[in-house]
Design a protein around this ligand. Structure first.
Ligand code: IPM
Ligand code: MN
Length: 353
């Protein structure tokens, strides 16, 4: 297969983990005879510094011309501490999501047996947890009408029926391929937008009699996720709730650096880790490249290239089993492996297979 990949490394640890993601992508392409062409483009704080726009038109065009986007992370502390900044790196990510119509963000929360002790939760609770959060990504408060005055401000949590329907369809498709259990997470006891979600879901569930649909308030879902993470198979929720719950999800897996994601919708799909740009780790060769590498696995799988994805997952599991790990998940007394060393170990594993 020929694949044109837009590479948006962004800020902070982004370029370092991206280097390893691209190296793994190339190793797999080489092995299976695929031809991958990469085109780098600016995004985030980096793009603000260079051209004054966190998602420049040229980057958008590069994304539109590509078969897929591999994205790392954006964000910079110099903007975090300045609420008056007119333009922020995160707007680049949001612009990309909106302009590419990426309404469905798929965030798998899986566990690795050898890492269950890294979760702050009890091992026996975490072991075997395996669910997917489908986060709506182009609606809700992130994109609703806003006002930012000096003494008052608001964000609007707007959703329309078609927006809710299309994300629920995606969720049902995933549920059908998995354990056939869909949990719709909302706050229908308080929010009008949530009541629309619930109404639409109740209408649609009769079309999917093979899937068990249940409804859960988001506060309860946040609790259930740490009380009994194995309860969940597929959960679907609006943008803001999904943002919050998936960070919580990373505590089940044991590290933010392990969770990949896929965003799909109207135009080019995007594959990216769920974590941010971790500026404190920038340039130190300590960031975990696995979320980026697993995002590459999701990319291959999206194009129906199952074996390619499986080989990457196998290599990742082997690296963990053999304690080739970045510091935050390394065992006591284990050797020091940096971002590069973990990435290169995985590349070698793939080449030798
Ligand atoms: C995420 C991130 C983004 C979000 C930020 C960087 C804008 O936290 O992808 O989860 O809030 O969606
Ligand atoms: Mn987030």
């Amino acid at each position: 297969m020929k694949l044109k990949i837009a590479v948006l490394a962004g800020d902070g640890i982004g370029p370092e983990i991206m280097e390893q993601g691209v190296a793994v992508m190339s190793a797999v392409a080489q092995k299976f005879g695929h031809e991958v062409e990469y085109r780098e483009a600016l995004c985030g704080a980096h793009a603000i510094d260079e051209v004054g726009d966190p998602f420049p038109e040229e980057t958008f065009q590069t994304c539109m011309e590509a078969n897929a986007v591999l994205f790392a992370s954006v964000g910079d502390p110099k903007f975090d501490n300045d609420p008056t900044a007119k333009v922020r790196p995160e707007q680049g990510l949001l612009a990309m999501r909106k302009r590419l119509g990426l309404f469905a963000n798929v965030r798998p929360v899986t566990t690795f047996d050898c890492l269950v002790h890294k979760s702050p939760l009890k091992d026996e609770l975490v072991r075997g947890a395996d669910f997917i959060c489908i986060r709506e990504l182009t609606g809700g408060m992130y994109f609703g009408e806003k006002r930012e005055g000096t003494d008052e401000a608001y964000d609007t949590n707007y959703y329309s029926r078609p927006e809710v329907e299309r994300i629920l369809r995606v969720a049902y498709q995933y549920a059908r391929q998995r354990r056939k259990h869909l949990t719709v997470v909302d706050k229908a006891n308080v929010l009008a937008s949530s009541r629309l979600w619930r109404k639409v879901a109740q209408e649609m569930m009769v079309e999917y009699p093979d899937v068990v649909t249940d409804f859960m308030y988001v506060d309860n879902a946040a609790m259930r996720m740490i009380q009994e993470p194995r309860f969940f198979d597929v959960m679907v929720t609006e943008n803001t709730f999904g943002d919050i719950l998936t960070d919580e999800g990373s505590c089940i897996t044991g590290s933010m650096g392990l969770l990949p994601s896929a965003s799909t919708g109207e135009h080019t799909p995007v594959f990216e880790p769920i974590h941010g740009s971790w500026p404190q780790g920038k340039g130190l060769n300590i960031a975990n490249p696995l979320a980026q590498i697993l995002s590459v696995a999701m990319l291959y799988e999206y194009f129906g290239l199952k074996e390619e994805g499986t080989l990457i997952r196998e290599a990742v599991n082997a690296s963990l089993d053999q304690n080739v790990r970045t510091p935050e998940i390394q065992v006591e007394g284990g050797l020091h492996y940096g971002t590069r060393e973990v990435g290169q170990w995985i590349v070698k594993y793939i080449e030798k297979k």
